[in-house]
Each structure stands twice: as structure tokens, then as C-alpha cells.
Design a protein around this ligand. Structure first.
Ligand SMILES: [Zn+2]
Length: 581
């Protein structure tokens, strides 16, 4: 990456400038042929703004110019106006705030898109509300097709219980229906869906799965963990066009929330295919970094693909491997038993030996690895596997392995994270959501859950994400959670600047791109988010009310609010020039 950027100041253009967009490349050629003028002209300028660069040498500037997808100049309005020409698009931002574009380091973007296709049950506060939402969804869905819903949470329902097959049957009885809990570890199917999956009172659940039963032994419709597959595997997959439409829905939400880069965990080849088709068609609104399942490590190795394969809009980033489950479902692997279920310490997906061998071969193949580990036992195993790989694979440190979630920690584990140069990939929005943490692990251990400040203080690199669709795909919500929502029982608060860095500067490091993006500096890519207020200046509890005015990726405006559009100023140049003369 360093070479790519250093070339920029010379006559040869950087690799990225040449290939960010075909349009940019063409216009570069055109310029070379037709113009011998050495003077550079900006494509776009933003004036009269509060530009927070996150570069400690020059933390705030007033204006910036974009040329061929890169930040060509930063400085005062007057300095930036000096690179404007008659075709430069000018915006007078009227004091709005500009930050480096946000990155979400942990999403299931495709699943989110598929969910947006179904009914949203997140806000349901009763079984009857779920029923009325499903009734409407059934009306919208062609006869004979599945009725799907997502995001219910019995903790939010008056009844405080899981919805069952009878609840669903009373509104959808003529065709299969299935609704997934917010955690995606439990679902409830109606009778036609159970019938289709051949789930009866005599069905044995698969290993690692539970079929809930009533007092008579009949399935209630609720299926946990691996038992979900019995029903979910019957839901017809979206075809290519539907999938692209679904991803576009999710992408639009992400980009309008200020995201310019998204780490996207996939588990189906058709998801990668859809993303590639979208990239080819210019339909990606943000840069996509794909995290692929560890089962694909072998095939990827066979064709010589590793971290970084792809281009500036879509690339293969890492191998995702699971160590344990989730705290909510009591499947995260703990060192000592759950406080509210003393006979379990959670589940392990792999033995230590197996995990070691996955991490080692990923490292040998040049793959960054993203290890899902939530419980303290799982995190210790992940660290052991990485420490082992560091001993035997010389290039291991360069890959910047990461642990996803790193929820239940302790001072020793934090020290090992720092020492092994492991990136801690956290989701601050878990703090306000996971109110059951003290119940699961007890008050003492709860103090060690989501310790954001201790992680940062250790000197480890910490990056931020949402785990969407589990949590909202909204970095300002994540930042807000990191600075406001720590409770006395669990979760540590960090300051706003540090919270912003999780989603910008630090995130760029996670994709080996700290020289290319993550701060606002001349020569870096023009990935920016424009906000109506400065998150560093508003009271922390107002951060989540800040509005995104525009999102810029590689110099292209991928989202612009009405207010932003009105800031476009044809006479901005004259206006501002006059003000400064
Ligand atoms: Zn996840």
C-alpha cells in the first residue's frame, strides 16, 4: 500500500487513482492527451466546513478538494479555492462537520438484506402485534410462498414467552411461515412449515440443536441452534436478481448511515456472486470486504486467493472461523459455568488442535483470520491458536489476525491480545442491548464484559462494528453506545474521539489500509461522511440524533440528503472568494 500512495505525488498516478472508477481512469487519459497544463483542478470542493481529520498533526481544517477520487488538498477555504476550476463542483457546507467515512467491521449485510425482504418484528411488544404484522406480510406475499419475519425478542413481549406454532397458525395456516428471534439462534415455525420439515413428536433433534416440546411432547414450533436448519433449509433461496435487490436495500441503509466501507460476512457462494455482479454493474454504494467461512480455506488455497484479492470496491479480506456461540443463548464458551445455568459452560465449535490447524494453515496461505470468540474460554483458545501460528509462520503478524466480539475478558487475556498483536473487533451496541449479561455471568464476571476502555488502554488495536442485523447498521448508534451506555454492572465507556476512531482510523488498519484511508489527509482516498453536527461537541447523549448529510466514497457522492443537495453552490466560489478578499 505504501508504494501505491507514494507514487501519487510523482508524475505516475497511483494504482488506486487509476482504477477506482473507470470514469476517473478515462478522464485521466483524456487530460493527458488534451492538456499540457501542469495546474491541477479539483473535481469537487467542500468549503466552510468543520473537517475533523483524525490526523494529530493537523486535527481540523476548513475545506478540502477532491480530485480523481482522492483528497487533493486540505486547508482554508482560500487555499482550497486555489485548486478549483470552472468545472469544479462546489459545496458551501455552512459549518457542517466532515469526518473520514465510517467503516463497519462486522456485518452480515446479505442476511440483513434478506431480512428487509421479510417482516420486521423488532418492535413487537406482544404476540398479537407479531400476529398482525405477519397477517399484513402474508397479504403482501404471493400465495403459496413462505411468510417470513425477523427480530422478535420475548423479553420485549408482554407475554414474556416465545411465540409458538399456534400463534402463527391463527394468522398463517395455508402455507409455511417462520419467524426468527433477534439473535438468530432460535426460530418459530408454523404447522405447515413443521410438516414440510417433517418435524413430529418423534423427531430426534440434530446434534447441537433443540426442538422445543409442550407438556404432551408435541413440538411447540420453537427450534434452537442446529435444529433451525430442519426448517430453514426448506425456505427457497432468493434468485440472483432478488438477492441483488435485497443487498441493495441493505446497502442503501448502510450508506445513508454514513458507511463507506463494510466488512461483510458471507456463507454462500451465491452471496459472493451477487456482490460481484453488483460491483460490475457499479451498484456497490460502499467498499465491501468479504469475510469467507473457514470451509472455503482449502478451495481458496487451491486457486491461490488470499487476503486482498479483488479491487477497491470489492475484495476478499479474511477467513471467518467460529470458536463458540453466543452469551444470550448460553452457548458462548466460559471458563466457569453460567450463573443462571450452573450445569453449562457453553459450547465449543472446534477442539484446540483443530482451531490451531485452521489458523496455522490460513496464516501460511496469507489469509487474515477473524475468529468469532465471545466467552473467556473461547477467547483463550483463539489466542492460543494465534500464538501457536506466530511461532511457526513468519508472516503471521503481517496478516493482522482479529478476534470478533471478544466479550468476556480479563486482564490476562487483554495482555495476551496486545502481545500477540491481535485486533479486537468489538460491537459497542451490544452494551445497551445485552441487559441480561449480569444474569448470565453474575455480577463479578459481568465487570469483565465489553471492557472497551481497558482494551484501548492496553495499546491493542480495537475496531468497531455492528453485527448487523443483530444490531442496527448505524455507526453513530455504535459510537453513541460506546460513549454513553456503559452500566455499573458491565461495559466500559470510552471518549467520543476514541469511539469514532474504532469506526475510521483503526478500521483502516484492520484492512491494511491505514496509509490509504481512515483519516483525512492529502493523497488518501476521498471516503467521507458529512454530518449536521459535530459529535465531538454535542453532549454524548445527543450523538445518536446527529443526521448524516452525505456519504462520499472515492470522491463520488453515494448518498446526499435534501439539505446537502441545497448546499451545492454554483456561485460558491465567487461568494467565498469575495468573503476572503
Ligand atoms: Zn456476527
Amino acid at each position: 500500500m505504501a508504494e501505491r500512495l507514494s507514487g501519487r505525488r510523482n508524475t505516475s498516478r497511483s494504482y488506486l487513482a487509476r482504477s477506482t472508477t473507470r470514469r476517473a481512469a478515462t478522464s485521466t487519459l483524456a487530460r493527458r492527451k488534451t492538456s499540457a497544463k501542469p495546474q491541477r483542478t479539483a473535481d469537487t470542493i467542500f468549503l466552510n466546513a468543520q473537517i475533523i481529520t483524525l490526523d494529530s498533526l493537523r486535527p481540523q481544517v476548513q475545506a478540502l478538494a477532491i480530485e480523481h477520487g482522492h483528497i487533493a488538498k486540505i486547508g482554508t477555504d482560500r487555499e482550497v479555492l486555489s485548486v478549483a476550476g470552472k468545472n469544479t463542483k462546489a459545496w458551501n457546507l455552512d459549518g457542517a462537520t466532515v469526518l473520514p467515512g465510517f467503516t463497519d467491521c462486522h456485518t452480515h449485510l446479505v442476511s440483513y438484506g434478506i431480512q428487509l425482504h421479510g417482516a420486521n418484528l423488532r418492535k413487537a411488544t406482544s404476540i398479537s402485534e407479531i400476529q398482525s404484522i405477519l397477517r399484513k406480510q402474508a397479504e403482501k406475499t404471493p400465495p403459496g410462498t413462505w411468510v417470513l419475519g425477523y427480530g422478535w425478542d420475548q423479553e420485549k413481549l408482554n407475554e414474556r414467552r416465545f411465540p409458538n406454532r399456534h400463534d402463527l397458525d391463527s394468522v398463517v395456516s395455508d402455507r409455511p411461515a417462520c419467524i426468527t428471534r433477534v439473535c438468530e439462534h432460535i426460530c418459530t415455525a408454523n404447522s405447515p412449515a413443521l410438516q414440510l420439515a417433517n418435524i413430529t413428536r418423534t423427531t430426534t433433534p440434530p446434534i447441537g440443536g433443540v426442538i422445543d416440546r409442550d407438556e404432551t411432547g408435541e413440538p411447540t414450533g420453537a427450534l434452537r441452534e442446529n435444529a433451525m436448519g430442519l426448517v430453514l433449509s426448506h425456505i427457497p433461496a432468493l434468485d440472483g436478481a432478488e438477492l441483488r435487490k435485497a443487498i441493495s436495500l441493505a446497502m442503501h441503509k448502510a450508506v445513508s448511515a454514513g458507511l463507506t466501507s463494510i466488512h461483510c460476512i458471507v456463507d454462500q457462494p451465491q452471496h459472493v456472486r451477487a456482490l460481484q455482479a453488483m460491483s460490475r454493474a457499479g451498484e456497490l454504494g460502499a467498499r465491501i470486504y468479504v469475510l469467507i467461512p473457514d470451509e472455503w480455506l482449502g478451495p481458496a488455497g487451491e486457486i491461490g486467493v488470499s487476503t486482498g484479492f479483488g479491487d477497491e470496491m470489492l475484495r476478499i479480506q479474511a477467513i471467518k472461523v467460529f470458536t463458540d456461540g453466543s452469551l444470550g443463548a448460553r452457548t458462548a464458551a466460559l471458563e466457569s459455568p453460567y450463573s443462571d445455568s450452573p450445569d453449562t459452560r457453553g459450547v465449543l465449535i472446534h477442539s484446540q488442535d483443530k482451531l490451531n490447524s485452521i489458523i496455522e494453515s490460513a496464516s501460511r496461505q496469507g489469509f487474515q483470520i477473524a475468529i468469532h470468540a465471545i466467552g473467556d474460554h473461547a477467547i483463550a483458545m483463539a489466542l492460543t491458536a494465534i500464538e501457536n501460528a506466530r511461532d511457526v509462520v513468519p508472516q503471521c503478524d503481517k496478516l493482522r489476525h482479529r478476534i470478533e466480539h471478544v466479550s468476556v475478558l480479563n486482564p490476562d487475556l487483554i495482555k495476551r491480545i496486545k502481545q500477540a498483536k491481535v485486533i479486537a473487533s468489538v460491537q459497542p451496541h451490544f452494551i445497551p442491548s445485552d441487559s441480561w449479561v449480569p444474569a448470565r455471568v453474575g455480577r463479578e464476571r459481568a465487570k469483565l464484559v465489553y471492557p472497551l476502555r481497558s482494551l484501548l488502554r492496553s495499546g491493542a488495536t480495537v475496531v468497531g462494528g455492528s453485527d448487523c442485523p443483530v444490531e442496527p447498521i448505524d455507526p453513530l448508534e455504535g459510537i453513541s453506545a460506546a460513549v454513553t451506555s456503559a452500566t455499573r454492572d458491565y461495559g466500559e465507556r470510552i471518549d467520543t474521539q476514541a469511539a469514532i476512531e474504532l469506526f475510521t482510523k483503526n478500521a483502516a488498519y484492520a484492512t491494511h489500509e491505514e496509509k490509504l484511508k481512515g483519516t483525512i489527509q492529502e493523497g488518501k482516498v476521498a471516503d467521507l461522511v458529512l454530518l449536521d453536527r459535530d459529535p465531538l461537541k454535542v453532549p454524548p447523549e445527543q450523538i445518536r440524533q446527529i443526521k448524516v448529510l452525505a456519504t462520499v466514497v472515492g470522491g463520488r457522492i453515494m448518498y446526499g440528503s435534501k439539505r446537502f443537495q441545497a448546499m451545492r453552490t454554483s456561485n460558491g466560489r465567487r461568494q467565498l472568494a469575495r468573503r476572503h478578499s
